[in-house]
Unconditional design. Structure first.
Length: 273
């Protein structure tokens, strides 16, 4: 009996152990399953959080790209408008410059006309006031001082017009001066100026020679005589009149050896056959 009892006891203990072991394994499995579910939930939460972050980042990036695109569009439009404005301003400036140039030319022509008119008026005033009664200037007449001033003004007008290449007006001024003041101290110089203006026309070289020769003819002691003779000699060379050219140039060399044109005249004489 005791042996059977002992065996039964052992079987009971074994059964109890097996029962307890089975219970422990089931609890462990449930625990693992809970952990797995918890881990899955955490992963899902993390994945959702990451997805939201990516979406938010993409949204911000797209907003930034959109804003940058808008800014570039606005900038491109602004640059285009500025370029258009600059081109329009260039056209306006070009028109203004063209108008200014035309205005300056018109002003210069007007000034030339006024200077010419002034010279003619001055000459007319001197002509009208040429006589005196009882040694006193008559009404409307120019006094000697006024006449000298008018003569100087007409002469200076010719010089100014010549310097400005208004040769027609300059020529008229010097011709008017010599007509009204043939014996003036500036007359020799006026003949030189007038000869230079006339000599610009190849068809009028002979006339220019005659104007130069007026200086030694009418003012033999004037300091302009060597210049006039030298210029007349050069023009005679152009006219192929070697005889008169040699005559005028030799006169410069022999009569005015110290003059600045003497050496030049000597050199030109050597070239004459």
């Amino acid at each position: 009996m005791s042996r059977v009892t002992t065996l039964a006891g052992r079987i009971g203990v074994l059964a109890t152990g097996l029962f307890l072991g089975a219970c422990a394994t089931k609890r462990d499995l449930e625990y693992i399953q809970m952990e797995v579910r918890a881990l899955g939930e955490r992963q899902d939460s993390a994945l959702q959080a990451l997805t939201r972050s990516v979406h938010e980042t993409n949204s911000v990036a797209m907003d930034s790209i959109g804003a940058l695109s808008d800014a570039l569009f606005v900038l491109r439009g602004d640059v285009s408008n500025r370029l258009t404005a600059i081109q329009e301003q260039q056209l306006i400036v070009g028109e203004i410059l063209g108008q200014s140039q035309r205005s300056l030319e018109a002003m210069r022509d007007e000034w030339s006309s006024q200077q010419q008119l002034l010279a003619e008026q001055l000459a007319a005033r001197v002509t009208e006031g040429d006589s005196e009664e009882g040694g006193v200037p008559a009404t409307g007449q120019a006094s000697p001082t006024d006449a000298a001033d008018l003569a100087q003004e007409i002469y200076d007008t010719g010089v100014r017009q010549s310097n400005r290449t208004n040769y027609g007006a300059a020529r008229r001024a010097f011709e008017g001066f010599l007509e009204e003041y043939p014996n003036h101290d500036l007359a020799p110089s006026a003949y030189l100026h007038l000869g230079a203006l006339v000599s610009q026309d190849d068809e009028s070289l002979e006339e220019a020679v005659d104007l130069y020769l007026k200086v030694p003819e009418l003012f033999p002691t004037a300091e302009e005589v060597p210049d006039a003779l030298y210029r007349a000699g050069l023009l005679c060379i152009e006219l192929n009149d070697e005889t008169r050219a040699r005559q005028f140039l030799e006169r410069v060399v022999n009569t005015y050896p110290e003059h600045r044109n003497a050496e030049l005249a000597r050199s030109r004489l050597e070239d004459i056959p």
